[in-house]
Design a protein around this ligand. Structure first.
Ligand SMILES: NC(=O)C1=CN([C@@H]2O[C@H](COP(=O)(O)OP(=O)(O)OC[C@H]3O[C@@H](n4cnc5c(N)ncnc54)[C@H](OP(=O)(O)O)[C@@H]3O)[C@@H](O)[C@H]2O)C=CC1
Ligand SMILES: CC1=C(/C=C/C(C)=C/C=C/C(C)=C/C=O)C(C)(C)CCC1
Length: 267
């Protein structure tokens, strides 16, 4: 790893890869679709909102890329398995890269948060990871070739917002167990990247109030910057990326109490 810091590893070519992105109807998912297209990959777009997903596909096609859209609720495992089969049938080939990006937040304090919203957050941000990985990992293992990318959050490493943090801690735990399993089973051709961004200006956290001093120190990230940083990590098979780099420091030195002091939670 120290060698990695001094000499940047060579990026892998991904033209010819079939990349499935969840939550591709907007925000980071849409930008990931465009970024993978720039690198020559073909994209499969899964979103619960068909109209917004078609708009993403249009943008990809305007760039000269190939996009295939499916309206999928990733929390519904039957829907996931059915559509995974459909993708394989329609395209006649296997998905080789999976970007688990779909995510939601309830944004209420613990006792004010309706039970249904808590369940939804856990289902989208955590349970869905099991369904999509169960749908696509077998093909990757069979070829000993693939890449699973989990878009978690810096809030999967330290906590501030109840439903969201719990779900992202779970996503981090899921991802790390998966990475360990692949290592111990010696599927060295199936790579994993855990992406942990700080707050990004996509609208997802519009109601979020961050303390002024924190915002001065670290303003919300530009979505394009976030996706480019994540892509850089994916292309060198980096196992974990915190965005921006400064947050590595805080992630490892902060105690939970100090974090709670600095952040006011999502309002
Ligand atoms: N924005 C931020 O500050 C940060 C975001 N992240 C993570 O990045 C990822 C992307 O976030 P961002 O782009 O900001 O969020 P957006 O809300 O902009 O995009 C999320 C997309 O996921 C879709 N989606 C939601 N539920 C489902 C579902 N059940 N099945 C399929 N698709 C679904 C949404 O559709 P619809 O709009 O119809 O609900 C939307 O198109 C999330 O996992 C988020 O937690 C991490 C760190 C910071
Ligand atoms: C506490 C704290 C920070 C603030 C973190 C916040 C407010 C993160 C919010 C992240 C979100 C909303 C992520 C969504 O997925 C810094 C500036 C990192 C460093 C100083 C300590």
């Amino acid at each position: 790893n120290s060698v990695r810091v001094v000499m940047r590893p060579r990026t892998k070519p991904i033209d010819g890869e079939l990349v499935l992105i969840t939550g591709s109807g907007g925000g980071l998912g849409r930008l990931f679709a465009q970024e993978f297209t720039k690198h020559g990959a073909e994209v499969v777009l899964w979103d619960i909102n068909g109209t917004l997903n078609e708009q993403t596909a249009k943008l990809v096609r305007e760039m000269g890329g190939k996009a295939h859209t499916y309206t999928v609720d990733v929390t519904n495992r039957e829907d996931v398995y059915r559509n995974a089969e459909l993708v394989r049938k329609d395209l006649g080939r296997d998905v080789t890269m999976l970007v688990n990006n779909a995510g939601v937040v309830a944004g209420e304090r613990m006792l004010d948060c309706p039970d249904e919203l808590i369940e939804r957050t856990m289902k989208v941000n955590c349970h869905a990871l099991f369904w999509t990985v169960k749908a696509f990992l077998p093909q990757m293992k069979a070829q000993n070739h693939g890449h699973i990318i989990t878009i978690a959050s810096i809030l999967g490493l330290f906590s501030t917002a109840c439903d969201y943090c719990a779900s992202k801690f779970a996503a981090v735990g899921f991802h790390e167990s998966l990475a360990h399993e692949l290592l111990t089973e010696e599927f060295e051709g199936v790579k994993t990247t855990l992406v942990c961004p700080y707050i990004v200006d996509t609208g997802m956290f519009e109601g979020c109030k961050i303390r002024e001093e924190v915002e001065l120190l670290l303003p919300p990230l530009e979505p394009q910057y976030c996706v480019e940083q994540a892509m850089n990590a994916i292309l060198i098979d980096q196992p974990l990326v915190c965005i921006p780099r400064l947050t590595y420091l805080y992630t490892f030195i902060l105690t939970r109490d100090y974090t709670v002091f600095l952040c006011t939670s999502i309002a």
